[in-house]
Design a protein around this ligand. Structure first.
Ligand code: NAP
Length: 274
């Protein structure tokens, strides 16, 4: 029998996850179906439970439901423990097991696909939503020289940093919350845009001299040239969109569900070309 999976979000029509999982299934000979489900802002829980009760085996969660997903999970595994955000559900009997594969996907893309080291480097993380929570611990485990977390609503960046300060399992050295205006005069080696600004053709207000020589500008938004990536290129930085992260986090979710690890390189190249 075909095992059913889905991605749930709002909006979700733009999601490439159905295409990616169909390709993983073809590549590995797994018998699965994978659809996109639009949940109303107040209907996430109902949509998840309806999908599970109709025989669903697992779900990917996208914006803006990753915090709500953490609360809905009955158990947390791996990076989901500390993240306070879940992007992958695995249904086992009555258990809703929450995982977070976003950080693994981001770090794998930056280090392995883009060949950019994080250790000892100055990292700027823009945004304090579900995606930022998901990537904090994996980024910290790479032992960067510093992580500055900047957000439009500064209080949310302060809350995020305070949230991770609770955990003693990894060092929280050199992590600060900043308003964008407080970045003047600072330079970073790896700049990660974890905001959804690019979806509406906007970018966080960054000073022009923020890119260190050989800096990598990474936008989690994919499938379009965002104002942040255009700005970064104009300043001489190397720019990458989030397609590699998307495929890598999906591969990790596929592995959790199916115990088979799909190949990612050819799919990333194909999606980037498209
Ligand atoms: P979210 O929880 O809705 O958070 C959105 C964040 O973006 C908030 O920090 C918000 O700031 C900020 N923001 C929105 N518009 C802005 C603007 N015009 N200027 C400055 N900041 C702005 O979303 P999320 O789940 O964290 O996801 C964020 C983005 O990452 C989404 O576009 C998502 O598609 C993408 N993503 C991609 C991947 C991938 O695999 N490539 C994985 C995860 C997420 P405020 O707090 O001030 O509102």
């Amino acid at each position: 029998m075909t095992d059913k999976y889905a991605v749930i979000g709002n909006p979700v029509a733009h999601s490439k996850s159905p295409l990616i999982h169909a390709e993983f299934a073809r590549q590995t000979g797994q018998d699965i179906s994978y659809i996109a489900v639009l949940a109303p802002p107040d209907g996430f829980r109902a949509a998840v439970l309806a999908f599970r009760d109709a025989g669903g085996r697992g779900i990917n969660v996208t914006l803006p439901f990753k915090h709500e997903a953490w609360n809905l999970a009955t158990a947390h595994r791996g990076y989901a423990f500390n993240a306070g955000a879940v992007n992958t559900f695995e249904f086992r009997g009555s258990e809703i097991i929450g995982h977070n594969t976003d950080g693994i996907g981001l770090v794998r893309d930056i280090k392995e696909n883009l060949g950019c080291s994080i250790q000892g480097r100055r990292v700027l993380l823009m945004g304090a939503g579900g995606a930022s929570y998901g990537v904090m611990e994996p980024l910290l485990r790479e032992q960067p020289g510093e992580i500055a977390v900047a957000n439009r609503t500064v209080d949310k960046a302060v809350t995020l940093v305070a949230y991770f300060e609770k955990f003693q399992t990894f060092a929280l050295r050199g992590v600060t919350a900043r308003p964008y205006a407080g970045l003047r005069g600072a330079q970073f080696d790896v700049l990660i845009n974890a905001t959804s600004a690019g979806l509406s053709g906007e970018m966080p207000p960054l000073p022009g001299d923020i890119f260190a020589p050989d800096a990598l500008a990474y936008d989690m938004v994919y499938g379009r040239t965002t104002p942040f990536l255009e700005f970064a290129r104009a300043q001489g930085a190397r720019a990458a969109d989030g397609i590699g992260m998307l495929v890598e986090q999906a591969a990790e979710a596929f592995f959790i569900w199916r115990s088979v690890r799909p190949q990612t390189a050819s799919l990333i190249a194909m999606l980037r070309k498209a």
